[in-house]
Ligand binder design. Structure first.
Ligand SMILES: [Zn+2]
Length: 239
């Protein structure tokens, strides 16, 4: 096996910032994780060791292969659900960043069949047409701890995600993907915002007008072009 260059300090710092931003913005708490594909070695991704995202430092970042293996010298505990990341990177060559969280406003949309999470405002056109729901019982049977703790479950989750930007995980949380770290963080934050707004709208009435396909595509293109603006604010706010 050829030894590749280690990831750049810049990428590590971006990933540390992403961890802190997601914590400060209420997407992750003591749990949840964010990864970025190592573009110098696309068969690997960077993810913190098992710890609270808000406390991650550059020295906590570990490189994993797509099977979820750390280098042999790495002895620190890994996130049990690292298979979410590896199997999505394997299934989706277009994806370069993955956020898994239990962000609270999103969870209810994963447990009902009559209110799919759909784009309710121009910041969340990426949700179009609606976020699919992963039912872990289909892959793990009726007795599981709900976690994506194996490669097989990671494969099943990636299959539910399909070509979407977000997959809801029934009774657990959600996983959001992006072509870049900043886009994935943006989408994770606005998935939570969209869920709050949609729940508010549902309280007012059930006849909601969501963004259509064209509005979703155009609003997403607009937002993708300015993703650095909120990133700078969120980074400073995260300290
Ligand atoms: Zn989880």
């Amino acid at each position: 096996m050829t030894r590749k260059k280690p990831p750049s300090r810049e990428l590590l710092d971006e990933l540390v910032a992403a961890n802190h931003i997601l914590y400060r913005q209420g997407v992750v708490d003591g749990f949840g994780h964010v990864s970025v594909r190592d573009l110098r070695d696309k068969g690997r991704f960077l993810l913190a060791r098992s710890m609270a995202p808000g406390l991650v430092k550059a020295g906590d970042i570990v490189s994993y292969d797509l099977d979820g293996n750390a280098p042999p010298r790495e002895k620190r505990k890994a996130y049990l659900e690292r298979f979410i990341h590896g199997e999505i990177y394997r299934a989706r060559p277009d994806v370069n960043s993955v956020v898994h969280s239990h962000s609270p406003s999103v969870v209810p949309f994963g447990v009902v069949s009559n209110a799919p999470l759909r784009p309710i405002c121009h910041m969340s056109g990426f949700l179009h047409p609606q976020a699919p729901i992963f039912e872990i019982r289909d892959a793990a049977g009726p007795a599981s701890d709900m976690l994506i703790r194996s490669q097989a479950l990671g494969v099943a989750l990636a299959k539910s995600l399909g070509g979407h930007a977000v997959v809801l995980m029934r009774g657990h949380g959600s996983t959001v993907v992006g072509t870049s770290l900043r886009q994935a963080v943006f989408r994770a934050i606005y998935t939570e915002v969209n869920a709050k707004l949609q729940a508010d709208a549902l309280r007012l009435g059930s006849a909601i007008t969501f963004l259509n396909a064209e509005e979703s595509a155009q609003a997403s293109a607009m937002n993708d072009a300015v993703v650095d603006r909120p990133w700078e604010l969120w980074r400073i706010a995260a300290g």
